[in-house]
Design a protein around this ligand. Structure first.
Ligand code: T3D
Length: 261
């Protein structure tokens, strides 16, 4: 049986490919286990400097695999429990990873699949991709961080409209709204996404990881707290090899060779 998640490294990038194309890469419990393992590996291995996440086949991810939910069984599935044991740890581990994550949304991203995509640090999408808060169609609220992320990315008005209507938002409009970074013609997506991920992986990734943490912290910090956090993190980075190399390379008028240390 094929693996539900493929994880391959090349040129400092761990590429994670959701691999249930016939179900548009919908999440199963097994897929969550594999994703957790891949993200654990991304955190643990120094040679992995950036992560690229995409989907196999025509979809990115259709959210929870609804065939794991039986509406006719007498048992009520505790969705709070499935969120706490699968989706919440997934989103938390993506946000905690001090390495850049590029999401390459190759096709439809629906439900938790859309919010999983939006939890990546830099999201690029194929022109034909759509983002759908499909929860509205089955009487749920956006999860996988959606209620936090959506309003911050596109404001409350648009966040509520997406959540309540479940309307598909095309990639070009998603980029105009600021929901994602950029969209590319379908046949160029993976070349562009790989090139972005590899260029990040060869950059000053220690600093990128701290920038990620600081920008995320700004969502809840006061200005004073944020200024202090910047001072703490900058002190740490000022003692890094990458900082010394960056300044030295500038003064010597040559490209820097960063190691992420
Ligand atoms: O339960 C909990 O733990 C709580 C957490 C919830 C998180 C969530 O994500 S809730 C939201 C779940 N997702 C959805 O409601 C989306 C359901 N899918 C769709 O609405 C549509 O499939 C799409 C809009 C995503 C794509 O439409 P389309 O027309 O391009 O494709 P399709 O024909 O509907 O789907 C293709 C196949 O994928 C099809 O299988 P088949 O008929 O070829 O054998 C379809 O059943 C399967 N598929 C698509 N989405 C799911 C799925 N199978 C299982 N679960 C899915 N979510």
């Amino acid at each position: 049986m094929s693996q539900p998640v493929l994880a391959e490294t090349a040129n400092g990038v761990l590429q994670i490919t959701l691999n249930r194309p016939d179900q548009l890469n919908a999440f199963t419990v097994e897929m969550h286990e594999h994703l957790r393992a891949a993200l654990y590996r991304a955190a643990a291995e120094d040679d992995i400097r950036a992560v690229l996440i995409t989907g196999a086949g025509r979809g990115f991810c259709a959210g929870q695999d609804l065939s794991e939910r039986d509406p006719d069984s007498g048992d009520i599935v505790d969705l709070g429990k499935t969120l706490r044991s699968n989706y919440n740890p997934l989103i938390k581990s993506m946000r905690a990873l001090e390495k850049p994550i590029v999401g390459a949304v190759n096709g439809v991203a629906a439900g938790a699949g859309a919010n999983f995509a939006l939890a990546c640090d830099i999201v690029v999408a194929a022109e034909s991709a759509r983002f759908i808060q499909a929860f509205a169609n089955i009487g749920l609220i956006p999860d996988a961080g959606g209620t936090f992320t959506l309003s911050r990315l596109v404001g409350e008005t648009r966040a509520k409209a997406l959540a309540m209507t479940g309307m598909p938002l095309g990639a070009a409009e998603a980029a105009q709204w600021g929901l994602i970074f950029k969209c590319f013609p379908d046949d160029q997506l993976m070349t562009e996404a790989r090139s972005l991920a590899e260029s990040l992986a060869s950059g000053a990734t220690l600093g990128m990881g701290k920038a990620k943490l600081a920008i995320q912290a700004a969502a809840t910090n006061t200005m004073d707290e944020q200024l202090e956090l910047e001072a703490v993190l900058q002190a740490e980075l000022g003692a890094s090899t990458d900082f010394r190399e960056g300044v030295r390379a500038f003064l010597e008028k040559r490209p820097p060779k960063f190691t992420g240390k």
